[in-house]
Design a protein around this ligand. Structure first.
Ligand code: NAD
Ligand code: UDP
Length: 337
């Protein structure tokens, strides 16, 4: 069964290709390589034994999408392709709306023309804004604090409206918490361009000596140690969640919504200590001002996915930190090495 994976050479998409291949699916990738490298395909082949079909191009290119759907017997789409840097989205809101929203609409149009109605969307815990309570359940109110977050929320709302009007769709919204870690082989992982925005790649780059010092954004939050608490999930657990969603929801029309998280909150300082333990290295850090827009606590209630999809994150914080470190240590310059 061929699955079109948009953004399939990116961080989560590439790991999901591995999980799809393990489960017997055949990923077909479209990616414009604006935030990933072609050599990811070599690594997917090396790790999985299968080289996915690859189309280098843009999801806003309707003609290209039509030709992919006519050349390949695509049975479903997992839609990762998006711009995802929260800070950058406040500087370039037009680019974020144009890429993420126009791109999704163009993709949905091509799917309709091809008669393919099985769709899984990469959403985010960012749609919960500053949650009134933790753990967060799927029916919590939504609000967002950045143009990036608004692209996710607006796409969720568009998909909800489409599903009501066109009940033949099977639409699954997967709301990711904080994906970290890397494939256990150490051959695939996260390879951010420039200065990392996210905590884990920043820590690994301090550990490898590419950066001097981690800035911890605030230690005066109302949390046990004053630093923000998040739900970090191993990228392979997340990848396997997509396969479960495809297997379970792909056969049911309607709208399906799941949190993909572990249900455990981990503070920034706890993460620094866990990484130091996994790597045997001291991580140089200093406390700086809060980062605008950060919420103090955000973690999932993942019980709906467990009950309905039979999926549960199994990898521990020790696994996540060890795998992140193995990837960074073996590939100091990411996929360029
Ligand atoms: P990523 O940047 O590594 O992967 C996204 C891929 O999409 C990249 O390879 C990029 O080249 C490609 N792409 C972007 N715009 C495109 C376009 N118009 N046409 C074709 N390809 C395009 O990001 P990721 O971390 O793997 O995230 C994947 C998805 O998950 C995104 O939708 C992101 O918003 C969402 N998400 C990520 C996180 C996270 O922390 N990483 C959390 C929640 C949700
Ligand atoms: N963080 C930090 N220093 C960094 C990057 C992140 O202290 O260089 C903190 C950030 O304030 C947040 C947590 O780490 O509390 C996770 O941030 P990240 O950007 O990875 O994910 P977010 O939850 O914001 O999407």
């Amino acid at each position: 069964m061929k699955i079109l994976v948009t953004g399939g050479t990116g961080y989560i998409g590439s790991h999901t290709c591995l999980a799809l291949i393990s489960a017997g699916f055949e990923p077909v990738i479209i990616d414009n390589l604006c935030n990933s490298k072609l050599s990811v395909l070599d690594r997917i082949e090396e790790v999985s034994g299968m080289r996915p079909l690859f189309y280098q191009g843009d999801i806003r290119d309707a003609e290209l999408l039509d030709s992919i759907f006519s050349e390949q017997n695509i049975q479903g789409v997992i839609h990762f392709a998006a711009l995802k840097a929260v800070g950058e989205s406040t500087q370039k809101p037009y680019e974020y709306f144009e890429n993420n929203i126009s791109g999704t609409l163009t993709l949905l149009g091509a799917m309709r023309r091809a008669g393919c109605y099985r769709f899984i969307f990469s959403s985010s815990a960012t749609v919960y804004g500053d949650p009134h309570a933790v753990p967060i359940k799927e029916d919590f109110p939504r609000s967002t604090m950045s143009p990036y977050g608004r692209t996710k929320l607006m796409i969720e709302q568009m998909l909800e409206d489409i599903e009501v009007a066109e009940p033949n769709w099977s639409i699954t919204l997967l709301r990711y918490f904080n994906p970290i870690g890397a494939h256990e082989s150490g051959r695939m992982g996260e390879d951010p361009q420039g200065i990392p925005n996210n905590l884990m790649p920043y820590i690994t780059q301090v550990a490898i000596g590419r950066r001097d010092c981690l800035n911890i954004f605030g230690n005066d939050y109302p949390t046990p140690d004053g630093t923000c608490v998040r739900d970090y999930i191993h990228v392979m657990d997340l990848a396997e969640g997509h396969v479960k969603a495809l297997e379970v929801c792909g056969h049911k029309s309607g709208l399906h919504i799941y949190n993909l998280g572990t249900g455990n909150g981990v503070s920034v300082l706890q993460m620094v200590h866990a990484f130091a333990k996994a790597s045997g290295l001291e991580i140089n850090y200093k406390i700086v001002d809060r980062r605008p827009g950060d919420v103090s606590e955000c973690w999932a209630d993942p019980s709906k996915a467990q009950k309905e999809l039979g999926w549960k994150a199994t990898r521990t914080l020790a696994d996540m930190t060890a795998d992140s470190w193995r990837w960074q240590k073996n590939n100091p310059n990411g996929y360029e090495a």
